[in-house]
Write a protein that binds this ligand. Structure first.
Ligand code: PGA
Length: 257
């Protein structure tokens, strides 16, 4: 049984003070339920204030949206793994499609970032997904497999066990057009099969695979109640306390499979 994981990717939204107010309101809205892991991923500038607002005993974890693979040095505008650890991050998103398409990240960069995250004790959330054109030309599986094998090359089974995969079809991100359950399930199965082939069945069966792309309070239950979908990477719908809390509650109600 894999514990469901809900990740809120704030992207370039919320100042440090808005972030702190959001976190206090969210904490007051969460109800006890079955175990769900929650990760908040604010912009770098709000990491410290989110950590402070969560307080030392919170079970909500902190993630970053990106990292550089080097530890330090002359890399203007970049942030490293040790810096993220020091500010309290335990997770880091790697290879988000916006990083790939808007900032030119390549599979080789993403592999170095996954490795750097692991070296510095951060759990990578590796994003992979096909474009609309790739789906329409029947290349989804090829693309997914290529992204996965490039990014995870050389990892041991033990290292892989701390990696979370987020399947995010590019055409579903921020469009209001989520993948259907059937589309998501098919890709989640391919991802798990690819991991089983590269490592082992038991490693693959422990790996969490999230779905991301227009997850909303309306579609969260049907997505999250599906056995193959271990959680969600939420963008737009994580920016409002109400909608994010509703998605977390859906994960808390996920039936045992
Ligand atoms: P969205 O974004 O929920 O706004 O579609 C998801 C993501 O980019 O991770």
């Amino acid at each position: 049984m894999r514990t469901p994981l809900i990740v809120g990717n704030w992207k370039m939204n919320k100042t440090a003070s808005e972030a702190a107010a959001f976190v206090r309101e969210l904490a007051s809205r969460l109800t006890a339920g079955s175990q769900v892991d929650i990760v908040l991923v604010p912009p770098f500038t709000a990491l410290e204030s989110v950590r402070a607002a969560l307080g030392p005993s919170s079970t909500i974890e902190l993630g970053a949206q990106n990292l550089h693979w080097e530890t330090q040095g002359a890399f203007t505008g970049e942030v490293s793994g040790p810096m993220l650890r020091d500010v309290g991050c335990t997770y880091v998103i790697v290879g988000h499609s916006e990083r790939r398409t808007l900032f030119g990240e390549r599979d080789g960069d993403i592999q170095k970032k996954v490795r750097a995250a692991l070296v510095h004790g951060l759990r990578p959330i590796l994003c992979i997904g096909e474009s609309l054109q790739e789906r329409e030309t029947d290349r989804t599986d090829v693309i997914i497999t290529a992204q996965l094998t490039a990014a995870l090359a050389g990892l041991t089974a033990e290292e892989l066990s701390t990696v979370t995969i987020a399947y995010e079809p590019v055409w579903a991100i921020g469009t209001g057009r989520a993948a259907t359950i059937e589309q998501a399930v098919a890709v989640h199965r391919s991802i798990r099969a690819c991991a089983a082939q590269g490592w082992s069945h038991s490693t693959a069966s422990r790996m969490r695979i999230l779905y991301g792309g227009s997850v909303t309070p309306q579609n969260a239950e049907s997505l999250l109640f599906t056995e193959e979908i271990d959680g969600a990477l939420v963008g737009g719908a994580c920016l409002k306390v109400d909608s994010f809390a509703t998605i977390i509650a859906a994960a808390q109600n996920k039936p045992l499979h």
